[in-house]
Every structure is written in C-alpha cells, then in structure tokens.
Design a protein around this ligand. Structure first.
Ligand SMILES: C[S@@+](CC[C@H](N)C(=O)[O-])C[C@H]1O[C@@H](n2cnc3c(N)ncnc32)[C@H](O)[C@@H]1O
Length: 825
C-alpha cells in the first residue's frame, strides 16, 4: 500500500511541475510552487532511496517498474524520429549471396540482427534526452530482473553508490554492509542467512564441510587436496597443479606464494617477465582467480563492479540461447589468413588451421592462447565486430560511462560491453565472442576492397575512421607502456659482490707463497696497466693488493676493486630485461664481473631440470669449468641482466684473482653510452639450449648458443680465453707437445700468444700441479720449481721464474737471455 502511495505521489509531483511550467501568465508563482513540489518529490526520492539502502527490495522493484514504464512510453513517443541501423553492407551483398549467409547463420543457430537488436544511433542519443527507436531497444525484461535478482549492478562505477565500501556475500553475490565473516579458513563474508545455521560459530557451507573450490578449475576438493593462498585474509584455495599450470601459462609466478588475485592479470600478460610494482588497488573477481588494476586500460571490458574492490570478471560471460550471445568465428586462419578446415576457438572469433598451430585436434573444446590466459578486450580497444549477417565491421569498445544514456542504462549481461561502430555511429552491446583486435594496416586492406567491388562508402568511411582511431589508440598505448615501464622494476634477486660457493663446491685458498709479483716499476705513472708489460696482467692474473709493490697505484686489481662503469637494467622489446651502460666505454675496458652462486655440475643439472619443469625461460648459468658453474639467478649483480648477442659488444675472460678463477666481461670495442651490453653465451651459458635468439644481429644464428652465421675472427669470442692478439686456430700447433700426436680435445697454452697445444689427457698432470689450474706448455714453467716463468733462454727456450733465472741465465749483449751453461753452436 505504502509503495503505491509513494509511486503515485512521485508521479503527481512531477506532473504538477510540468503543468506549472506551462502556465506562462503566472510564471513566478508557478516557479515557487514548482520548486516546493520538486523539493517534496526529491524528498520522496530520498526516502525511497533510504528504503532501498535499508534493503527494502520491493520498493526498488516498484520504482524500477514505474521507471521502465516511462521509458517504454518515451520510446513509443519518439518512434518517428529514430533512425534504425542501416545494414552496413546491405547494398554490397547481392541478394543471392546475402541469402546464403543468412541461411548459413540460421543453420548455425545464430540469431539474425532483427528488430530486437541492441542498437541505437549517436545522432539521437549523444545530446539531450535519449530517443530510442522501438526497433532499436534491446532491454529485455528478463535482463533487468536477472541483474537485480543476482545482485549484479551495472558496470558503471556510478552505480556502485553505497556498495563502494561494502563487501560481497560469497554465496548470493550481493553486496551489503551487513555481512558476517566466516570463522573458517575462507575468510569470506556472508549474510547471516547464507551461513550454515547448525554450527555455533559463523561458518560457510564449505568451511563447515571442510571442502573448498579451486579458484582456477572451479572444482571442489577437500582442504587437504588444496593449497591456501599465503596472504593474510585472502583465504582462496587452489590445486597445486592448477596453480602451477596457470602460472606457467601466463608466465608469472606469484610473489612469495601469493595467489593470482594479488597481481593485475593485464599488466602481467603485457610484461610477463617483470614484477609489476604498481601497487594501486586491485579489483578482484569473486568467482575466479583474476584481478585487475582499477584502471580502464587494465580491467577486462564487461566486468561487473560489485563493490569498490570486487567484480565479476568478463570470464563469466554465459551464452544465452535467446540472445545474440554465441561466438562467431572467422572463416580464415588467424595465422596464415587462408581459409580451409579450421579449428575454432570456443570463446572468441579466432580460428586456425591445425597445421598452422602445429597441433592435433583437441578432444574437448578448443580455446586459443589468448582466451586460455584470460586476455579479453579492454575499453578503448579498436576491434572488428560481427553482428549476425552483417560483415565484420570496425568498432570501438566503449566504457558504459561514455555511451549515450539510453545505451548505458540498459542492464548488460556479465561480459558484455558497448561497441561503437565506425561509419554508422551505431552502438550495440557485444561480448568477446564477437570481436577480435584491429591491427596495423587493417584500414589499408585494398585487397579486401577489390574483393568487394560494391564496397559501400560507409564501409570505407568506417575503415578510415577506425584507422585514425587506431593510430591514436596505439600512440596512447605506447605512452602508457612507457609510463608503465618507468614504474616497472626488474625481478628481484639478492645483490652480491663475490661468488658464493654452495654445497660441496670448493674454492682454492690463497697462499702468498704461490703469488708471483710482477716486475712493474711502482714509481711509473700507471704501474700494472695495459700500457706497461705487466707479467701478471698478460697472464690474466690480478695483482694482490698487499703484495704488489705498486700498492694503491696498481692498475691490475679491477675485479678486486669492482671498477665497473655505471650501468642500468632496462626492459627490452623481446628479451626481457637487459643491461645498458650509462657512460661511454673504451675498447678493452673491464665492464663487470659475472657473479652468482658457485655450484657444481650436479647441482646445475638439478636446477635446470627444476626450471624446465616450471617452464622458466630465463637462465643465468655460466660455466667456469666442469666443477664450477656460476648461477646468477637467485643471487648476483647487474651482470645477470646481460643478454646474449650473436654480435656482442662484450667478451668474457677468465682471470685468476688471489688463486680463484673469476669471469670478467670486457668491451670488444668502443661502446657509446646508453647502448645495450651483450655477450655471446656460446655453450657456456647452460639452460638456453634450443632457445630462440632475438638478438637481431645480421649474423644471428637464430638460436642462443649456436655459432653465429658468417662470423669473422672478430666476432668469435670464447668464454674464458683471452688472447691479446687474435688467436687464429690455423696458426696453432695441432700436435700435442707431450705425445707429439695430433688429435681432438686439444687445449692451448695459456701463455701469451704461445701457439702450443696438448691433449687434455696428456696435460692433466701439469694442470693439476699448476697454481692457477691452467695449462701452460712446459716451456713457460720454471725448469726448477714449475711455477710461472718470467725469463726465457733465447736459444733453447728453457724458462725460469724470477727466483731462479739468475742462477741459470745470463744477459747477452743484445739484452737477451741465454743459458749460463752455454750452448753448442
Ligand atoms: C642471463 S639472463 C639475461 C637477463 C634476462 N633477459 C632477464 O630478463 O632477466 C638470460 C636469459 O635472457 C633471455 N635472453 C637473453 N638473450 C636473449 C636473446 N638474444 N634472445 C632471446 N632471449 C634472450 C633468455 O631467456 C635467457 O635465458
């Protein structure tokens, strides 16, 4: 009874206002009365609203019904003004052809765009009051009641109203400020009546029964079979396998075991290899594991806002038979653009040849990669859209806030969003099953135009408009990408200064006795630099800071002093993060040391297997020798961001620093500031086998670790071997200095430019007894103590170290050395 009175009073008040306005003679008086009555009417609305807030649903329904009646009346009043949607290509399609399409669509069970289609025109709606042609209206009665009954509000933020601060009941999905938190493990909120009545504590049915729904596969399992998100107050459950499969599919591992509801899916899909640092609030889907930043470029179009933090995402769109809600697939392959027998995605228009996908026909339904990851259209996307018999037509995905009033107020189904058709200026509510992304040059498809000689002006206009909008869209996207990249931080790792041995890995302890002091004059301008012939430097030994006579002036302690030119990680186009220098670098300059955990081969294989299992694609293993591998994954320094290139600007060199072998990166040529720094991974960087190389170099071998094409001697860089001058293989002796035979597995003498080689097996004893684990041919070892020699007899090539040479060598007139004992001439 009360409702009727309220509705009647409100109607009367409005009527009176209009009447009073009509009285021209007593305008002032009428104005006064009108204001008074309008106030009353407003008050009435306020009361109405209060009642709604208090949960008096009947009043809400009554008010909606009365409003709807008005809309219907308005529609019938404006019949004559409206323009109906002209079929975009009606003129183009010859009658027969058109019929064929119609028949096909009919047989597919797809509804034709008829008088009930969801359309309107901009001319009528953008300004002033909306005028909707009867034929263009598409609000189904069922839609309105559907949404109100399921508690789903419009996707327009304005509709949130008092629900912004409230929570959502996880059973009936209605937002309310009056909810009780379940005392079980789910931490969910429910209406009292939605909880289990029998239990003493407030418990939801799932917690009461000890079962929960996996937010990924949506199947219910017992608590023991599921894993709960570690985040406090999250309480979402997942099957471990589902979580792993999902993480690898979207190429993102939840930080510290947090579930996917703690990162923005859109940001992750756009930058899978980066941790997204934008901590702005996330809108979380109450039905699944998807969350988005509360920004129009992040949120999936068609998601329904329930509260300021909860949505039902567009993934939950359901095909309804009575609506234009089925998916229409393209009749060409999205890879090769040709027609034929196609595998159609179940939820979007994409279609593929099995051969193009290089896969077998799935037994179950097929979802394309984008749909599987949950990559849905976003607001402002320029798309191709199809409505029944109409041809694929360029359109824009609009935000419900930005469409004409009469379109916006229509209550959409979850997953539906308004589309604006270029050229025709029509609006329609659509879903992801009817749209696919516009691409660069789509507006210049002249072949398409040629295929349809009768192409209408309107279609051309639509293409032109879409092209312009798309260019704007790309520009905007680029700007926002750049902006986003500025806020992105590289994935986290622990910064360390030196290699950290792990497990059984041993590093040699430094013994001062084994150290060879160089001959450099400590008083010279730059002792131990590349300008002077420092014996340690030539042998790729660093001088010891305590023992080198040059002390602080010594220029051969670059690893120890960490003399790295400043560099910064940056996000590359296709290779994840890379490193670039902030200053100019000179040829031969020490750039960085590759540091990380020092592991053995066994541990390395174990780590690689684990990473392969988890579909990890970034590997940070660099081999020093078969027992020592550096893993810069968990711990390292900036060098871990160095990407591979088939034509790199850095090369690796093995140096001995206080008895330990370390790997340094040195410039192959002058490198200007802001250039990406790269080195050739060769086979020394494990884990990248078969990985496609995206270095873009002219000589790229297409795969990381495969020898680059057309390499010249300059481009060759072998990890761990420094050669001051090009060490061309052809110039090397291929006869073993010990057994005098040729053969494979030869190693080269590490002394300067010495061309001598030996079989690995033959030289093993020498390597093992060498202080630095490196082989030098016997010629370069002191005849007495087998340490590195410093002087050599110019006649017989016998060599002696600094301690012993005076006993065995004498200087000749020509300042050469010769054995004291002399030689037979
Ligand atoms: C040492 S990490 C380099 C840093 C890495 N890009 C990142 O984002 O952390 C090596 C990994 O980077 C990627 N990568 C390096 N160079 C590449 C290249 N030329 N092409 C494709 N991927 C590359 C591969 O995934 C490789 O396993």
């Amino acid at each position: 009874m009360a409702q009727e009175q309220i509705a009647k009073a409100s109607k009367n008040a409005k009527k009176k206002i209009i009447e009073k306005f009509a009285v021209k003679s007593s305008r002032k008086e009428a104005w006064g009365i009108a204001v008074k009555e309008a106030e009353e009417a407003l008050k009435m609305n306020f009361e109405e609203r209060l009642k709604i807030i208090n949960g008096k649903k009947e009043i809400l329904l009554a008010s909606r019904k009365s409003k709807k009646k008005q809309v219907v009346k308005q529609e019938s009043d404006t019949d004559s003004d409206a323009t109906s949607l002209s079929k975009p290509d009606a003129e183009d399609i010859q009658a027969g052809k058109h019929k064929v399409i119609k028949r096909k669509l009919k047989s597919d069970g797809i509804k034709q765009p008829n008088k009930k289609c969801k359309l309107s025109t901009q001319e009528n709606n953008l300004e002033g009051h909306p005028k909707v042609h009867k034929d263009n209206k598409f609000v189904h009665d069922s839609d309105v009641s559907d949404s109100s009954e399921s508690g789903i509000l419009q996707s327009d933020d304005r509709a949130l109203g008092t629900h912004r601060q409230s929570k959502v009941c996880l059973k009936c999905e209605k937002p309310s400020v009056d909810l009780v938190q379940c005392k079980g493990k789910c931490f969910g909120y429910f209406h009292q009546e939605c909880l289990v009545n029998s239990s003493q504590e407030p418990l939801c049915a799932n917690c009461d029964a000890g079962v929960h729904k996996c937010m990924i596969c949506q199947e219910t399992s017992t608590e023991t079979a599921l894993k709960r998100c570690v985040s406090s107050n999250c309480g979402r459950f997942y099957h471990d396998t589902c979580l792993k499969a999902y993480s690898s599919m979207i190429n993102h591992e939840g930080k510290n075991n947090h579930c996917p509801l703690h990162f923005c899916l859109t940001c992750v899909l756009e930058n899978p290899r980066s941790s997204v640092t934008n901590a702005s609030r996330l809108l979380k889907c109450i039905r699944c594991c998807r969350a988005f930043h509360n920004k129009r470029q992040c949120i999936a179009a068609g998601s329904i806002h329930l509260t300021g933090a909860s949505i039902i995402c567009s993934e939950h769109f359901e095909v309804k038979k009575h609506k234009l809600s089925s998916t229409i697939n393209a009749n060409w392959c999205f890879i090769c653009s040709k027609s034929g027998s196609l595998l159609c995605c179940d939820t979007c228009p994409s279609a593929f040849h099995l051969e193009c996908l290089n896969t077998k026909a799935p037994e179950d339904i097929f979802l394309c990669e984008d749909c599987e990851c949950g990559k849905h259209p976003h607001y402002d996307d320029i798309v191709w859209a199809k409505l029944g018999a109409y041809r694929w037509w360029p359109a824009k995905v609009c935000h419900p806030k930005e469409v004409p009033h009469n379109i916006a107020k229509e209550s959409p189904q979850i997953g539906e969003f308004p589309l604006y058709f270029f050229g025709t200026k029509n609006y329609i509510w659509a879903h992801r099953g009817r749209v696919f992304g516009f691409q660069e040059d789509d507006d210049e498809r002249t072949d398409h135009a040629l295929a349809h000689p009768g192409l209408t002006k309107r279609f051309n206009l639509a293409l032109e408009e879409a092209g312009k909008e798309f260019a704007k869209y790309l520009k905007k996207k680029e700007v926002s990408m750049l902006e986003m990249k500025k806020h992105l931080k590289p994935p986290q790792f622990k910064m360390i200064k030196f290699n950290k041995p792990v497990g059984n890995v041993q590093v040699p302890t430094f013994n001062e006795k084994d150290y060879n002091r160089c001959d450099c004059n400590p008083n010279s301008e730059s002792p131990c630099s590349s300008d002077v012939d420092c014996i340690n430097r030539s042998l790729m030994f660093e001088c010891n800071s305590n023992l080198c006579l040059a002390k602080e002036k010594c220029q051969n302690q670059r690893f120890q002093k960490r003399e790295y030119p400043p560099a910064e990680p940056f996000l590359t186009e296709s290779r994840g993060w890379g490193l670039r220098s902030l200053v100019d670098i000179k040829k031969g300059q020490f750039v960085n040391e590759y540091v990380g955990e020092l592991i053995d081969d066994e541990e390395c294989e174990r780590r690689i297997a684990k990473m392969h299992k988890e579909n990890e694609t970034n590997f940070y293993f660099l081999t020093i020798d078969k027992d020592h591998i550096i893993d810069a994954g968990p711990k390292g320094n900036l060098s871990r961001f160095l990407n591979h290139s088939c034509n790199p600007n850095l090369e690796t060199q093995k140096w001995i620093v206080n008895g330990e072998t370390r790997i340094g990166l040195f410039a192959r040529y002058d490198i200007p500031a802001k250039t990406e720094l790269t080195f050739n991974y060769n086979l020394e960087c494990k884990g990248n086998e078969k990985a496609k190389c995206m270095c873009g170099a002219d000589n790229c071998s297409k795969y990381i670790g495969v020898r680059p094409l057309n390499t010249n001697s300059k481009a060759k860089s072998k990890v761990g071997i420094k050669r001051k001058k090009a060490f061309e293989k052809s110039k090397r002796d291929d006869i073993c200095v010990y057994c005098k035979n040729r053969g494979s597995e030869m190693i080269s003498c590490s002394y300067r430019d010495c061309p001598k080689s030996a079989h690995y097996a033959c030289s093993l004893h020498a390597i093992q007894s060498a202080a630095d684990n490196r082989w030098k041919c016997p010629e370069h070892l002191c005849e007495v103590c087998q340490t590195v020699s410093s002087k050599q007899c110019s006649t017989c090539s016998k060599t002696y170290c600094r301690q012993h040479y005076r006993n065995f060598l004498k200087t000749t007139e020509g300042n050469k050395f010769i054995c004291i004992q002399g030689h037979q001439t």
